[in-house]
Structures are given as C-alpha cells and as structure tokens.
Design a protein around this ligand. Structure first.
Ligand code: FUL
Length: 619
C-alpha cells in the first residue's frame, strides 16, 4: 500500500524530458488547472513501487475455501457449526505447486469469508478452525499456506471479508471495527510477509439489515504499519475491482482514473459527483479528467472463478472453464492492462481438483508456447513517440503472426489513447488492428498474417509516449464452442408454466428470459412425477432487473398440496456473479410441480425474471 503522496516527485529519468514531473499514485489538480493542464498531469501519474511490483505479477490466484466448501453454499449464513469444517487431505503445498505449474505468482486465501468462519486459530472469536474436527482443532490453514508459499517462493495474500454474518458485534460500528482490526492484526503479524490484502465490498444485509460504518483510515493504517509492502485491493486504495466477475477488462482500461477509492471519506461523494461506479465503462477519458478534481493510479484487477461458483461444488466438476475460455480471459485481462486474479477453489479433501489442475497446467503450456518466439527483428521498443508518429518494425522472414504485444513504460505514466497497426504484405500496407489504451500490457489478436514489416502509429496520446515493448507472436487459434451449461437434469420438453405464460423460463435456453414487473411466483408442471433433489435457477442475461435474491421453493405431486423445500433461500452472490445457481434440498421428494416464490429482488425492485429454471435429480 503506498501512502497518499500529495506531493509531486520530480524525476530525471533516462529518456524523460529533463524537467518531467511525475506524481506517485495521486495528484490533486490546482484550482486554476485547465482541461489541457489536467490531461498533461494525467500523463504523469505513476504507480507506487508496490503497485508496480503487483502489476508485474500478471497472474495471481484466489483460493476460496471455508465452511461453504462443506455446505455447498456461495455465501454462508454465519450460523454454520465449525464442526462441518473437516477436509480429509488438506495439502497447501499441493495448492502452491499446482498454481506454480500454472504460472501464478501469488495466491490469495479467503482467511474469512462473509460467514465469519476463520481459517486460523484467532483469539477474536470461537467461530474458527479451533472448534472444527480438522487436525483435532489444532490446524491453521493460513499457517500451512503461508509456509508452503515461503517454501516454494510464491507471494501470499489474504482476503478478509469486512461483512461478517457471524460476529455478534457486526453493526455495532466501534465494536466491530475493533474486532476487525484485531483479526487483521493477527493475520498481518503472525504469518510473515503478506503481499496483498483483499477487502471485499459485498454486503447482502439489505434495507433492514445491520449497518456497519467501517473505520477505513484505521484499517488501512494497520496494514501500512504492519505490512507496508502489501497492496490493498477493492476497498483498499491500491488495486481497483474491474467491475465484473466474468473475466472482462475494458478495451479502454485506464490505470489513471478520477474514480476515488471507496474507503476514502470523500470517495462516495466524489464518485457520485462524476457519476462513476466501479462498473462504469469510462473511468479515464479526457472528458472525465477535465471534470475531475484529482486523479489516482488505481489499476484494474480482474477477478473471476475457473468454475461458475467461487467455492467448490462437486456439481460443477463438469463446468470448469475450457482452455479456450481461459485463454480468452487471459487476453481480456492481462492483455487489457489488468492483473488476472483467477479463483481455483480446493475441494472437500482440501486439494485442488484434478480437472482444475489439468486446466491451469494447459493454460500455462499454451501461453508458454504462444509467447516463446517474438518475430520482431532487432529493437522491440519505441521511445518518445509523439501524436501522429509511426515506426516500422522488421519481421523475421517467412513468419506467420497473429498476436501483437504492446507495453508502455508505466513508470513514466500511461499515455497512449489511440493507435493503429498495419502489416506490409505482398508489397502493400494493410490495416490489421487498432486500439485505444495500452498501459502495462496490451495484447491484440488478428488473423494469421505473413507480414514482412509492421507499422505502429500513435494516433493520439496525452504526451510523448514511451513504448517499452512491441512484439509479434503466433498463438494457435483455439476453437471454443461455448461452455455447456446444464440447468436441468430432466429434459424440459413438454413442461408447462401454470397461470403465467413464461415459456422462456423453461425452454432450455439461458439466453431467453421471462420478465414480470412484480414479485411473481412461477409454477412449473413437469407433466410426470420425478424424484426431485434440487433446483437450478439461471438469471436472465438480457436485463438483470428482476433477478431473484431471496426465495421460497415448494414441490407438489398434484398441484394442490405443497411441501416447502426451501425457506428464505438466497442466491447469494448473484448480483455480482450472474451465473446459474444449483440448490440441493438435502433430501429428495416425489413431485410433478415446482414453484419458486421470489421474496426479494437483487436491488429490492418489484420485479422478477428467470433465464431458466430446472430441477436436479438425486446423485
Ligand atoms: C464477491 C463475494 O461476495 C464472493 O463470494 C467472492 O468472494 C468474490 C471474490 O467477491 O463480492
């Protein structure tokens, strides 16, 4: 975490204009600054040393592991018994070695998720591994993972959920702040070096829930005191959430942005004044910079899971992302000026599942072979490029290329706003690609091309740009036919909806959806009786309005007498991660009819939508 340096740092650096002034991590505009002045200053905001080291990791891994692994939930209620936590073969070295094989440089563990269960023997609450049967209550997952990281030279980070559904003091703001800081202090004191601290912004309390006012200045000061080299993510001020959990960075991704960290006292007001949210498509254009009062180096982190859920669910073993999808995610995260934070959740044994392990190893092999040979001949940099400048690069004779890598020297700021790429083929220049921002790294894919030369033109930039890398590669095209998403174990042909016309909810296609402008129950008649052990709910993909958050579910054999199989169930993280949810009832029931009754919509709107609803059979 780099402190808020309000002062500017004069830097005399190789290749820089002698008087070039750089602003580390933050700049506040003088009152009289014009739009042009602001853009010129934007070009000189640079990362802190910690942010730069973090950016260079490129591939980092999340480990979501905890009580949810044993209850099959995505968000625990906080009422789970610690007795449930009992991995049979936990081996943190297997995690680290598997991730190393995949090329990951850091691993971030959910030391505490929203359910409040602590994976280390904390003195702050009995709700921890101490009261679990695992290693007879003497185990410590944080210790085992930090030891494995040290042994195998892997960086180590911690996720500590601010929202805590178990802590009795949550909502009593001073008491919980003290409790939270005590937990943080244990984690940052007892396990050696910590490189990233991840504070999730999620909170599902709803309008009548507990309201906690976090003491962010004290929380961030604790990290600064105990782990000054760590970056703080999401609610912290070093690393910004990209704004989705689907693996997508923006094609225009500015690390220099007026978007203010939410943990700052003035963050909410400043973002509101500019109309900014983490999800906004524009976080750094000239227009925005002109309206801002200051800027931050606040780079994007793309967090996404290798499976639909963040926690391991055996029912998702056949939904591990295929290689082609992981490669697309790599190109749309690392290749779009972001760090990829890929979640690989250990199973109930406490091991990374064989399928996930194989998948990340093949990702590594694919990336290694794709980026093994750079076909640009001679110098591969382009220093001091001004607006409108072009430079030609020679390509190895006979090489077929389809991937371009560009990188700015971000130690001198992020400057390029628009560029074009041409290839000289058969005696003619051909336009092959174009883009907006570059930043730390930009990867562009284009059709196979036997270029003799390529020409890079910087069409627009904030000031003289410094391109540190221009490389060309050949990456084997992969065919991705889309992941098969199973939403029902029973074929839905012949099903009907009762009372409402909602065939889009049972047509076997998650891309079509049924929408209602009220909290409307949906009843399905499956035509014949099956033994039903669970349900699947896929949210609408065309419009999130109406996505169910809390619901009841009922089954019936005859459509008159109903058994309630879920009471106030929760599709926990569906707002951030709108994927199909699979709910096991814990027992099976003979039923011909299924009814889902929405109780709360994700944003408390009076609406319901269903992309697809299906049933699960006993396994
Ligand atoms: C979200 C959480 O609610 C999910 O459970 C997960 O931890 C993800 C990384 O962040 O906001």
């Amino acid at each position: 975490m780099k402190r808020l340096l309000t002062t500017c740092v004069a830097a005399l650096m190789l290749g820089c204009a002698p008087s070039e002034v750089l602003y580390t991590q933050r700049v506040t505009f003088p009152k009289e600054a014009t739009a042009e002045d602001k853009v010129a200053m934007a070009a000189r905001v640079v990362p802190s040393a910690e942010q730069l080291a973090w950016q260079r990791l490129e591939l980092t891994a999340f480990i979501h592991f905890g009580i949810n692994t044993f209850t099959d939930n995505e968000w625990g209620s906080g009422l789970e018994s610690p007795e449930l936590f009992d991995p049979t073969a936990l081996d943190a070295e297997q995690w680290v070695l598997t991730l190393k094989r995949g090329g990951f440089k850091m691993v971030i563990l959910t030391a505490k998720h929203h359910d409040g269960f602590c994976l280390w023997p904390t003195a702050t609450t009995p709700h921890s591994v101490v009261h679990s049967p695992w290693r007879e209550g003497k185990g410590d997952v944080v210790r085992e993972l930090s030891d494995a990281c040290k042994k195998h030279d892997m960086k180590f980070g911690l996720y500590l959920s601010p929202w805590d559904r178990n802590a009795a003091c949550y909502g009593d703001s001073p008491a919980y702040n003290e409790f939270f800081i005590a937990q943080l202090t244990e984690l940052l004191t007892n396990y050696g070096r910590v490189d990233e601290v991840w504070f999730d912004g999620a909170c599902g309390e709803g309008p009548n829930g507990k309201r906690q006012v976090y003491d962010w200045p004290s929380i961030l000061a604790t990290i600064e005191r105990l782990q000054p080299n760590a970056v703080t993510a999401i609610m912290g001020d070093d690393v910004r959430w990209v704004g989705n959990e689907g693996g997508r960075g923006r094609t225009t991704e500015w690390s220099v942005t007026p978007y203010t960290p939410k943990s700052y006292s003035y963050g909410a007001a400043s973002n509101e004044a500019l109309g900014l949210e983490e999800m906004s498509s524009d976080l750094g254009s000239r227009e925005l910079v002109a309206r801002a009062e200051g800027l931050y180096w606040y780079p994007s982190e793309v967090d996404v899971s290798i499976r639909p859920g963040w926690f391991y669910h055996a029912s998702q073993d056949d939904m591990v992302r295929p290689l082609a999808n992981l490669v697309d995610i790599y190109f749309s995260s690392v290749g779009r000026n972001s760090v990829l934070l890929l979640n690989i959740p250990p199973d109930r044994r406490g091991l990374i599942h064989e399928i996930d392990a194989e998948r990340i190893a093949s990702l590594r092999d694919y990336l290694d072979s794709s980026f093994a040979t750079n076909f640009v001949r001679g110098r591969v940099d382009y220093w001091r490029a001004n607006e409108g400048d072009s430079r030609v690069f020679e390509v190895e004779e006979g090489a077929v290329v389809n991937t371009l890598l560009l990188a700015e020297d971000i130690e001198r700021g992020q400057r390029v706003e628009r560029f074009a790429v041409e290839a000289f083929v058969n005696g003619k220049w051909r336009h092959i690609a174009e883009g907006t921002t570059i930043g730390y790294k930009r990867l562009l894919r284009f059709s196979d091309c036997r270029a003799e030369r390529i020409r890079i033109t910087i069409n627009e930039c904030r000031t003289t740009a410094n391109i540190a890398d221009v490389s060309l590669y050949y990456a084997e095209p992969l065919h991705y036919e889309g992941q098969r998403i199973r939403t029902s174990d029973v074929a839905t042909d012949g099903w009907q909806t009762v009372g409402v016309d909602a065939c889009a909810a049972i047509d076997g296609d998650t891309a079509t959806a049924w929408h209602s402008d009220a909290l409307t129950p949906l009843t399905i008649d499956m035509g014949i009786t099956h033994n039903i052990a669970g349900l699947c709910y896929a949210p609408a993909t065309d419009d999130a309005t109406g996505t169910i958050f809390i619901y009841n579910a009922y089954l019936s054999e005859d459509g008159n007498e109903w058994v309630q199989c879920v009471e106030a169930g929760e599709f926990s993280n569906i707002k951030n991660n709108p994927v199909p949810y699979y709910v096991n009832f814990g027992q099976s029931y003979p039923a011909r009819y299924l009814r889902i009754e929405p109780l709360r919509e994700i944003d408390d709107r009076n609406a319901t939508s269903v992309g697809e609803i299906g049933v699960l059979l006993p396994r």
